[in-house]
Design a protein around this ligand. Structure first.
Ligand code: MD3
Ligand code: FE
Length: 215
């Protein structure tokens, strides 16, 4: 209850977004084929893999990266690394269509010259999830994060600044773009287990792009 109880009601009703979150429904649909081709090209050079958490569990979402650095986790912890630990090579460069989409979305949300240096790509098969966490491995929390959902829908869990704050639930569908910045940048968030299904353009999976300024 309290002040944040109805945080997502305006989003769902298509009215003004709460501070720190801009929802751009279907914003990525016009470029979906370019995005999917770019993701396939990245995954050819830097394959999706189920990374190990510091606790020793494999993540249920498979991940890869493109950009100057990539987000990795292993027994040593979470960090951004210039090299893909699986190939020993630099991550593939950020495709122009991703940088451009992120810049346009951030501008719509009031962030004038957002230039991501990394895109983390998450792939969820039905049953995969992401438990509540904060994104705090980036250097500059004043930069926004732009996320793009493709394929199967999912329920986004949006908590508060404490892990124990009960999360709100926001349905995300193919093509949705969200810009997170300012007051929400350090909120706990996650993805509920993805439901079984098959998306006409993407198949039996959900892909999520998060474009970030890590350096
Ligand atoms: C809110 N990914 O990769 S994207 C992640 O759908 C991650 O794969 C989820 O959380 C996914 O770290 C959610 C939306 C998102 C991304 C970053 C945030 C929401 C955020 C950072 C702060 C607050
Ligand atoms: Fe996250």
């Amino acid at each position: 209850m309290g002040l944040t109880h109805d945080l997502f009601a305006p989003v769902l009703a298509g009215e003004a977004d709460p501070p720190g979150l801009t929802h751009l429904p279907a914003f990525a649909v016009p470029v979906e084929q370019e995005l999917l081709a770019a993701i396939n090209a990245v995954a050819t050079a830097a394959p999706f893999r189920h990374m190990l958490t510091p606790g020793g569990q494999h993540m249920s979402a498979a991940m890869t990266n493109c950009g100057e650095v990539g987000w990795v986790t292993d027994r040593r912890g979470y960090r951004y690394d210039r090299l893909d630990p699986q190939t020993g090579q630099p991550w593939p460069p950020l495709p122009a269509c991703l940088t451009q989409l992120a810049g346009r979305a951030a501008a719509e949300a009031g962030f004038a010259s957002f230039r991501p240096d990394v895109c983390l790509i998450n792939r969820y098969e039905p049953g995969a999830r992401m438990s509540l966490h904060q994104d705090r491995d980036e250097r500059d929390f004043s930069a926004p994060i732009v996320s793009v959902s493709l394929g199967l829908g999912a329920t986004f869990l949006f908590g508060g600044l404490k892990r124990t704050d009960r999360p709100h639930r926001l349905p995300l569908v193919h093509g949705d773009v969200l810009v997170w910045g300012g007051p929400t940048r350090l909120n706990f968030h996650g993805i509920a287990p993805v439901m079984e299904g098959c998306h006409p353009a993407v198949g039996r999976r959900r892909l999520n792009l998060t474009m970030r300024k890590a350096l």
